[in-house]
Design a protein around this ligand. Structure first.
Ligand code: ADP
Ligand code: MG
Length: 336
């Protein structure tokens, strides 16, 4: 049975989402009305997920809903912001109530745990595409940015890197993993943990920050460019999960850690005189120092024997992979 657009909104995208007292007018009118605290700055980001580009074709709808919000929350985390509201622009090929119900439940699950209200959106027909705009707050002049890294600062990442890439490789059958490992890394791909707590804790401590969506090397590259500096990473220090270490050779694992996307960990830099503050702000096992910012531009990766390591593939770039005017290459589902 097919239901109309208005019923879709009423049934799946208005009730049961977290309510907030700062939402004056939510879903149902021409636009939403929200109260912004007078002592805060508004932080806004938007991210789109396209089927078969940002998630593989067979991804479960509840995971798609979860991830669509997670990648946006990750942008809030990278700014040190507290998320508050979202809008959802949903384009789907037809109305499939089973799909919508599962998608909405995955989205709601993360909305509840992060206390984000769904305040509006748009529903259209076309190839499956999900755009979420997220809005949040930060104390004025405390937002983390990409541009503050200075020579001598330590480079850090939260959690472990490369697992989501391994998850995608497993789904695409580019390698075969033992079943329990497969479950762990696929869940890292489908349900990334936005590092909101860490991002907030880093305000006033980190000199720069970014979330890892395209791959550590590529995303650190954005910090380096914005800050006008270079860096050396020590590959032996890269935080690798046991899933990654146990299933790949050291060099292949480094390649995953440096070049595969979708981890949604934070990469950040901390000046020497703030190292103590960092230790006080976050549990020591929640982050790892992987290298140092240097005056000389460019990114260098060295292993413990002092040998240079060249990561094999840099982060995902849409228009290159989409082969506009280029020789067709093997299609890959990978974020951004
Ligand atoms: P309009 O034609 O005025 O843009 P719509 O019919 O598109 O209005 O939307 C009606 C209401 O439902 C609006 O408040 C809009 O924000 C909300 N809405 C539409 N689609 C969604 C969605 N996918 N999720 C949440 N709210 C939605
Ligand atoms: Mg509309």
């Amino acid at each position: 049975m097919s239901i109309a657009e208005f019923d879709v909104i009423a049934n799946y995208f208005s009730q049961d989402f977290p309510k907030r007292s700062d939402v004056v007018l939510g879903v149902g009118d021409d636009a939403a009305l929200c109260s912004i605290p007078s002592d805060k700055q508004l932080v806004v980001a938007v991210d789109t997920l396209i089927e078969n580009v940002h998630f593989p074709l067979k991804t479960r709808p509840e995971d798609i809903g979860y991830k669509a919000l997670a990648v946006n929350l990750s942008d809030m985390a990278a700014m040190g912001a507290t998320p508050a509201w979202m809008t959802l622009a949903l384009t789907c090929p037809h109305i499939d109530e089973t799909w919508l119900s599962k998608f909405s439940s995955g989205l709601r699950e993360l909305a509840e745990s992060s206390k984000v209200s769904l305040i509006g959106g748009d529903t259209t027909s076309g190839p499956l595409t999900i755009t979420i705009q997220i809005m949040g707050f930060v104390t004025p002049n405390s937002a983390l940015q990409r541009s503050g890294a200075k020579s001598g600062d330590g480079i850090y990442v939260t959690g472990t890197v490369g697992d989501a890439g391994l998850g995608l490789a497993s789904i695409e059958k580019r390698l075969v993993l033992a079943r329990p490992l497969q479950k762990i890394v696929e869940s890292r791909l489908h349900r990334p943990t936005p590092r909101l707590v860490e991002g907030k804790a880093l305000r006033g401590i980190a000199s720069s920050a970014i979330d890892i969506s395209d791959g550590l090397a590529a995303d650190l590259g954005h910090i380096l460019k914005a800050s006008g500096v270079g860096a050396t990473i020590e590959t032996d220090k890269l935080p690798l999960s046991s899933a990654l270490r146990d299933s790949l050779s050291a060099e292949t694992a480094w390649n995953f850690a440096l070049s595969s996307g979708d981890d949604y960990e934070l990469c950040f830099t901390v000046p020497k005189d703030k190292e103590r503050d960092l230790q006080d702000a976050l549990p020591v096992n929640s982050y790892t120092r992987i290298g140092t910012i240097e005056r000389r531009t460019g990114l260098r990766c060295v292993s413990s024997n002092g040998r240079m390591f060249m990561p094999q593939e840099s982060g995902y770039e849409h228009f290159i992979k989409l082969n506009i005017g280029a020789t067709p290459r093997k299609r890959r589902s990978r974020s951004r």
